[in-house]
Design a protein around this ligand. Structure first.
Ligand SMILES: C[S@@+](CC[C@H](N)C(=O)[O-])C[C@H]1O[C@@H](n2cnc3c(N)ncnc32)[C@H](O)[C@@H]1O
Length: 750
């Protein structure tokens, strides 16, 4: 169902809360016209405006736009209206927004609007009648006549490289709109009855056909949780402790759908659904290229349905693909078969794309957000600014950001010291070898035993200072305390990773920490801001690319357990309902994962060799003391890359004998080894207004000897593809690209 909400926001200081207050809710209308046609939407919205004016004109709680303003808004927004999904926006100058949003968001807004909300619903229903009658005779779903049938809609090519030609054929044959419509109706059914596994299985099948195999796998996972909870299956679902009412809710929903109270009939249905669910899950994992996890799921499925031909066939395909990958990796590695090679056999791969049904506005970074970011940065030296200068419109995306000098900067000057609490390593905090907040070493001589601060609430964590302890206990730790998170330090059957690669579970632990920071903040400020619009997640950009046939972009690592199983378990443990909460759909979770991947900083530390281990600081059994700290440094992440950087940076230090100068912050404070703080200094004189740029890849020219990266300049440029596939825009890369082009032209001859 495509629902529209028109809101006018009142001026609010640096608040990007999406919840319209009763005072700013102008019109709420359900335009159930399922249309992509711009003309039709404009027509419906014109009707809505007229009706709303009639109904609301003497309501003092509502502000009505002038028709002129309204139509101006329409011009900017109608093209986006086919993105039927959750979208919210507001800005601190009292801007106005026309928002397509889902029924469940409306419902939650209605709840927060109390009496006035109900009035709005009544009025909205009046409004809808007008729109409905208009639409009654039209076909239920219409494509924009301006779109040619032969155009390939890249954004709908999916996340999986698997069978992409099939999806191109589907689009060429003109079936895409039907599939999109089908997907919307399934989401509607889920909103109505979220505990019916059948809808989640249908979503799995539909997303699989659309090529979004990761979302398909997540839908199957949700169905599996409901079914397993109801059948009391031993397997559990990746360790999830089921809420006690999940079984009752699922059985009640099935009973209502089947018009029965018979436990036998309901159980029969659950078993039927279980088989179809496994089949969808295995196909999704196959399409995501995570053959090893697919084989594990197949083993579980076949232990229940040993003779099912469909399951056996998919299992065989998973096995064949797994061996094919393993053999080719072995052949490439010659005699060097090690843990990293085993890890490579177990990872899946998908494209990093924006989900076309998730409203793009959720990814917008508005001028209001940039002002908030600069308030937090609180620097006299540098500021966060859009790179592309142009007219900034208040509730619209400002484009790529960077950090710029606010005054002339001297060579060697500290420009940014970015301490952060969003960090993780493989070491369990219980070991108390590092500060749970900033990750500074708690080992002598960096922190003396009497300096260690322990919170009153638990014995799980320790801190390097009272400051860190207060930050944690009044914030994220409040959300996490008293719950068992030790499973996030497990490896889900994988060997320990070696070298520069951190264990893939870093994503899970960083996600957990970030969700806790977000929840602590929104709870203390009593705001209901969507995670993607909260400054913590909203500040980060992803490296999206479109699967453009026939030149496909890079694929990115993806796991069933890390990307779906573990985050679902985290949310459920934190009391978030992944079946009903529109803020925490798999699309939102995966978007956060993409953002983390594009912005996380990784640094090697070796705490054990830098200090004498003290008796009260146990290491994990298999810990070598060498760890990789992964952190989201919330200001540093705005620095762009250049192969001619004017800024040098250093992450967590492990060496206590370095010159104290390199460990000093801007105000002379000492940054302790192991801390996830990043210090940035000017490599040269920098003029006011110049952009500050770092190197993402160590020595960008690949000429220094003591670097861990191999392969020189060419290899380094290849590494850059992780952040930007279109190529780095610096002058060296531009020159090299021109030379390559000229050489290719010369080779191909006249
Ligand atoms: C860590 S973020 C840096 C901040 C980012 N510009 C933003 O708007 O949030 C990395 C992203 O910045 C962009 N970027 C950074 N350096 C670049 C370069 N040299 N050339 C092209 N894009 C770059 C890419 O989109 C990359 O995915």
């Amino acid at each position: 169902m495509t629902d529209f909400v028109v809101v006018e926001t009142q001026p609010i200081d640096h608040d990007i809360s999406p919840s319209p207050t009763p005072a700013n809710l102008v019109i709420m209308a359900s335009a159930k016209n399922r249309t992509r046609g711009t003309k039709r939407i404009t027509h419906v919205l014109n009707t809505l405006y007229d009706d709303a004016q009639e109904n609301l004109h003497d309501e003092q709680n509502f502000t009505i736009w002038s028709k002129e303003t309204y139509l101006e808004q329409l011009q900017d927004t109608t093209m986006k209206l086919d993105a039927c999904s959750v979208s919210t926006t507001s800005d601190d100058k009292g801007g106005s927004s026309l928002i397509p949003c889902s029924r469940s968001i409306q419902d939650s807004w209605m709840k927060s609007c109390n009496g006035v909300g109900e009035l709005a619903v009544d009025l909205a229903e009046n409004v809808v009648i007008g729109a409905f009658e208009e639409e009654a005779n039209s076909s239920s779903f219409e494509t924009d006549s301006s779109q040619s049938d032969n155009d390939i809609r890249q954004e709908w090519l999916g996340t999986t490289p698997f069978a992409i030609e099939y999806r191109i054929d589907t689009q060429t044959a003109g079936h895409l709109d039907d599939l999109i419509y089908h997907q919307r109706t399934i989401y509607d059914s889920i909103l109505e009855t979220p505990y019916d596994p059948k809808h989640w299985i249908e979503l799995c099948q539909c997303c699989l056909t659309l090529g979004f195999a990761d979302i398909a796998a997540a839908a199957a996972h949700k169905a599996l949780i409901l079914i397993k909870a109801s059948l009391n299956l031993d397997h559990g679902c990746e360790g999830i402790v089921y809420p006690s009412n999940l079984e009752i809710l699922t059985k009640m929903t099935l009973g209502e759908r089947l018009h029965t109270r018979s436990p036998t009939i309901i159980e029969e249905e659950l078993k039927n659904l279980l088989l179809i669910c496994y089949s969808g899950l295995l196909s999704s994992l196959l399409a995501c290229g995570t053959f090893w996890e697919g084989l594990r799921a197949a083993k579980e499925a076949l232990s229940i349905f040993p003779k099912d031909v469909d399951l056996l066939e998919t299992r065989n395909m998973l096995r064949d693909y797994f061996y094919e990958r393993q053999n080719s990796l072995k052949a490439g590695a010659a005699d060097k078969v090690d843990e990293s090679l085993i890890l490579m056999t177990r990872v899946g791969e998908i494209y990093q794309v924006q989900y076309p049904w998730l409203d793009t506005r959720l990814n917008d970074r508005t001028p209001a957000l940039v002002r908030e970011l600069n308030d937090n940065l609180n620097s006299q030296i540098c500021e966060i600014k859009p790179i592309i200068l142009g007219p900034l419109r208040e509730s619209f995306d400002v484009g790529p950001l960077g950090i710029f000098a606010m005054r002339d900067i001297d060579e060697g000057e500290s420009v940014l010291v970015d301490k952060c609490i969003t960090n993780t390593t493989d070491l369990h905090p219980k070991a108390q070898t590092y500060c749970d907040a900033c990750h500074a070493s708690l080992l002598a001589p960096h922190t003396l035993p009497m300096q260690i601060v322990r919170p009153e609430c638990c014995e799980e964590v320790a801190f390097c200072s009272q400051d860190c302890c207060s930050t944690a206990t009044s914030g994220y730790h409040r959300i996490l305390c008293g719950k068992d998170w030790s499973w996030t330090y497990g490896r889900n059957g994988r060997p320990k990773s070696t070298g520069l690669a951190p264990d893939p579970m870093w994503r899970v632990r960083l996600f957990l920490r970030m969700v806790a920071v977000y929840l602590a903040d929104t709870q203390s400020t009593k705001t209901k801001v969507h995670p993607l619009q909260h400054s913590l997640f909203g500040r980060m950009s992803a490296n999206y690319s479109l699967p453009s046939y026939p030149d496909f972009p890079l694929t990115h690592d993806w796991y069933y357990y890390e990307n779906i199983g573990a985050p679902t378990r985290i949310l459920m443990t934190l009391g978030i309902n992944p079946f009903t909460d529109p803020h925490w759909t798999q699309e939102v979770i995966q978007t956060i994962f993409w953002k983390m991947e594009n912005n996380a900083n990784m640094s090697n530390i070796n705490l054990s060799t830098t200090t004498l281990p003290s008796s009260n600081s146990p290491q994990r059994e298999d810990s070598t003391g060498e760890e990789i700290v992964t952190s989201i440094n919330t200001n540093y992440l705005f620095l762009n890359h250049s192969c001619e950087p004017n800024i040098s940076w250093r992450g967590p230090s492990s060496t206590p004998f370095e010159s104290s100068d390199s460990l000093e912050g801007i105000n002379g404070e000492i940054i302790k080894p192991g801390s996830a703080t990043i210090i940035c200094r000017a490599r040269q004189k920098i003029k006011k207004g110049e952009e500050l740029k770092i190197s993402y890849i160590g020595d960008p020219m690949g000429t220094s000897d003591n670097t861990q990266l191999e392969g020189g300049r060419q290899e380094r440029r290849r590494w850059l593809r992780k952040w930007f596939e279109g190529g780095c825009g610096c002058s060296i890369c531009t020159k090299e690209a021109k030379e390559v082009k000229a050489m290719a032209a010369a080779k191909s001859g006249p």
